[in-house]
Design a protein around this ligand. Structure first.
Ligand code: DQA
Length: 137
């Protein structure tokens, strides 16, 4: 299977930003781990702090890959355009968040992605990415 992981804003700082909320593991290490755990599958990775680049990436992989794991960061709560892109593509999307959004601020309770996603995995830290990949297998 071909699975693409797409991360949104500030996730390039994962491992050093607010570790009490997001943990200390970074994506370089996680990606190595996922690629060895799911070695029979192709696992791609893209991160951007730019909304349009995330949309372009969804368009690029969203008609040929078997699954997309998307953590759109704060754009989750603000971006109708990313929600529309998830609705537009044919590849199923699993929405992932490291933190348990239900325990956090009111402005994090809305997701413009959720209505178009296959499902959500929230609050399991970096393990959420492996769980999301598992959901496609
Ligand atoms: C996040 C949750 C968002 O609210 C926040 O803006 C992030 C990270 C998470 O993975 O828990 O950047 O998507």
């Amino acid at each position: 299977m071909k699975i693409m992981i797409i991360n949104g804003p500030n996730l390039n700082l994962q491992g050093i930003r607010e570790p009490e909320i997001y943990g200390t593991v970074n994506f370089t290490d996680l990606l190595k781990e996922l690629q060895s755990q799911f070695s029979a599958h192709e696992i791609g990775y893209f991160q951007s702090n730019v909304e349009g680049e995330i949309i372009n990436c969804l368009h690029e992989f969203g008609f040929s890959f078997d699954g997309i794991v998307l953590n759109a960061g704060a754009y989750t709560h603000t971006s109708i355009a990313i929600g529309d892109a998830v609705a537009a593509i044919t590849t199923p999307v699993v929405e992932v968040h490291l933190s348990n959004l239900s325990k956090r601020e009111d402005f994090r309770q809305n997701s413009f992605i959720a209505p178009h996603a296959k499902g959500q995995i929230i609050g399991f830290g970096m393990s959420g990415y492996a769980l999301a990949i598992q959901a496609f297998l």
